[in-house]
Design a protein around this ligand. Structure first.
Ligand SMILES: NC(=O)c1ccc[n+]([C@@H]2O[C@H](COP(=O)([O-])OP(=O)(O)OC[C@H]3O[C@@H](n4cnc5c(N)ncnc54)[C@H](O)[C@@H]3O)[C@@H](O)[C@H]2O)c1
Length: 404
């Protein structure tokens, strides 16, 4: 066992796997969450989120006494913050969770400690938290190390990626960067890249903004191609034959809690400068509205032609293919909008969810013959083999023969 104690603030999708991985290296970890039921679940050796291989790892480190959850922070050597950073109002970053986690840590801080923020944060957050710390504890100035180290894992592969991805580590000074690198070396096999805190903060935001801008280009193309009567999937596959062109696939919009959120942290701070980044966000949001309008106009045409309202199947609710995560999902926004309008006979299929408390789900395999319009919103692999005689609207390319 290493003579090091770590406190992890926030035991969600990032904090819990990170805490468990650190503990698996023989380091004592105290996991803190403000949600008592999360704390109780983890102390029973169980997990409250869906992530492959996490349950076994948490059970193992809890049984060994290396990971203990609590709502009260104890003293430690290293403090990590992985609490939510949503936005509020007009897409302004909401730092209240990071600030409250910082304030919970402050009374426990002592000379030689390392304080690291992992939460996705607007530029300048690490500096802001340092100011709060030194306002409360001026005697610690120059005596603790403070750094920012963003997370870039893929849900579904978190345990592997936590260990193997490269990390960008930015301290408020050189000594802090070095101290943070020494710490991550205990459990990260990927390369550790040194920079300053501001650059590390911006790096995370830029990674997701870059994805957002690329997807916006594909989504804009899909709208242009619809008007020009060109199969966008075929077009993109042909354009991508160019050795230096790599256009992404269009879809129902952009969802999830990262790509659809993080670019706003740049836009809100650099209002005049962040033109492409803002436009990309707006195009990707508009694509979902466009999909809704397409479904409605197709339903209206069906009604005019057949003198009755169509039954419509919405295929997929998750925010991307082959997962069950509905957070910020554009497909869910389509379903919610059409359900709220209450004008359509809708059937919802999401093969990655066994059941839902809120939605009445239908088995997609039983849909054929029961619906007039099949709308593909998410390119789940299950849908590739689904055959139907109904009218098809494919917004995610799952049915387009673009490899012909
Ligand atoms: N989930 C991802 O794939 C991912 C990837 C990269 C970065 N991030 C970033 O990591 C951060 C955490 O995201 P997440 O998905 O793990 O969030 P989450 O919502 O799954 O978990 C956050 C946890 O923090 C707890 N919490 C809130 N305030 C607290 C406080 N003051 N003290 C202790 N616990 C507190 C909540 O109860 C919750 O359990 C966010 O900034 C997010 O943008 C997430």
């Amino acid at each position: 066992m290493l003579d090091l104690k770590v406190v992890m603030m926030g035991l969600g999708y990032i904090g819990l796997p990170t805490a468990a991985l650190i503990a698996s290296r023989g380091i004592r970890v105290q996991g803190i969450d403000v949600n008592q039921s999360v704390v109780d679940t983890i102390n029973e050796g169980k997990i409250h989120i869906a992530e492959p291989a996490l349950d076994g790892l948490v059970k193992h480190v809890v049984e060994k006494g290396l990971l203990k959850a609590s709502i009260i922070v104890e003293t430690a050597d290293v403090y990590l913050i992985a609490v939510p950073t949503p936005f509020k109002g007009d897409h302004e970053p909401d730092l209240k969770y990071v600030e409250s986690a910082t304030r919970m840590i402050i009374p426990n801080l002592k000379e030689g400690n390392l304080f690291i923020i992992e939460s996705t944060s607007p530029v300048g957050t690490t500096d802001k938290m340092a100011k709060i710390i030194f306002e409360e504890r001026p005697e610690l100035k120059g005596k603790i190390n403070i750094a920012y180290c963003p997370e870039r894992v893929l849900p579904g592969k978190v345990i592997y990626e936590l260990e193997h991805n490269d990390r960008v580590i930015g301290g408020l000074d050189g000594e802090s960067t070095k101290a943070a690198k020494d710490f991550y070396r205990h459990f990260v096999k990927g390369e550790l890249h040194s920079t300053n805190a501001k650059t590390a903060e911006m790096c995370k935001l830029v990674e997701n903004s870059s994805r957002d801008v690329s997807i916006a280009f594909a989504n804009e193309l899909s709208i242009i191609c619809d008007k020009a009567d060109i199969n966008v999937w075929k077009l993109i596959s042909l354009a991508n034959k160019h050795p230096r062109v790599n256009i992404l696939q269009p879809g129902t919009g952009v969802g999830g809690h990262c790509i659809a959120v993080d670019p706003w942290f740049i836009v809100s701070e650099f209002k005049k400068e962040a033109i492409i980044i803002r436009n990309a966000r707006e195009i990707n949001n508009y694509k979902t509205d466009w999909v809704i309008e397409k479904i409605k106009s197709t339903a209206l045409q069906f009604e005019l032609d057949n003198n009755r309202k169509p039954t419509i199947a919405l295929m997929g609710l998750a925010f991307k293919p082959d997962i069950d995560d509905l957070r910020e999902s554009p497909a869910l926004l389509v379903a919610d909008t059409l359900l709220t309008e209450n004008k359509y006979d809708l059937l919802l299929a999401e093969p990655n969810l066994e059941e839902s408390k809120k939605y009445n789900l239908t088995d997609y395999e039983l849909l054929d013959g029961k619906v007039d319009i099949v709308v593909y919103l998410v390119a789940h692999k299950e849908f590739r083999g689904f055959r139907t005689e109904s009218l098809v609207l494919d917004f995610c390319g799952v049915k387009s023969n673009y490899f012909e």
